[in-house]
Design a protein around this ligand. Sequence first.
Ligand code: ADP
Ligand code: MG
Ligand code: MG
Length: 248
Amino acid sequence: MLKIENLHATVDGKQILKGLTLEIAPGEIHAIMGPNGSGKSTLSYVLAGREGYEVTEGSVTYKGQDLLAMEPEERAVAGVFLAFQAPVELPGVGNANFLRTALNAVRRAKGESEVDAIQFLKLARARMKVLNMPDDMLKRPVNVGFSGGEKKRNEMLQMAMLSPTLALLDETDSGLDIDALKMVADTVNSLRGPTFSALVITHYQRLLNHIVPDHVHVLSAGRIIRSGGPELAQELEATGYAASVAAA
Ligand code: ADP
Ligand code: MG
Ligand code: MG
């Protein structure tokens, strides 16, 4: 589903990713942990195609296609979803319109029929109920004036509605209380299945108590230095990253 090979990337001429290799099979959830500044956000931005992130070596194949050759919008309609560490605000763009436009672009790409405003509202409201979001959040501009928790809920609404093939969650748990954390985990778990894969980037093991990953990787200085199962996250929580970094 996703094959990252020997990925090197720079930001503003600074080498951040230095030979990262990772393969995600359909239906798998992988967690990436690692110290601050190790390149976790850079990896998610490179995969989403954010401007300013230059790949200098290596390849990324997504469903057999060269992901890096695709425009960010093409990646999104092909089922790649990025939940940002800091969700963007879009003044003047209504949340419902934004989400319905995105949903219909994805549906067209899959050869599915578009949803009209009424069908959309029905789908969105059902999801919002589960996410404990008030209906009026659909009318407001995207993320403008939303609290941190509301932004995360809105991202989970987007993710649930778009039902991506590959979800990239970059520290979606940062700053969340336990209830919001469970909401994020429940949303991811509700999407779990053979056509949903995820890369969950997190500093802390606590999110991984709720989203039990298939594989855990430690990123340090732009490379994966250790991989293991869910128990690796628990070990890191107990011992910190230093021992892994020193042994690499
Ligand atoms: P993480 O998400 O693991 O904390 P990041 O991917 O955000 O790490 O950052 C990796 C490194 O890249 C850090 O040392 C950071 O300072 C650096 N970096 C990020 N953005 C830029 C930029 N625009 N210019 C220069 N360095 C950057
Ligand atoms: Mg960070
Ligand atoms: Mg980061």
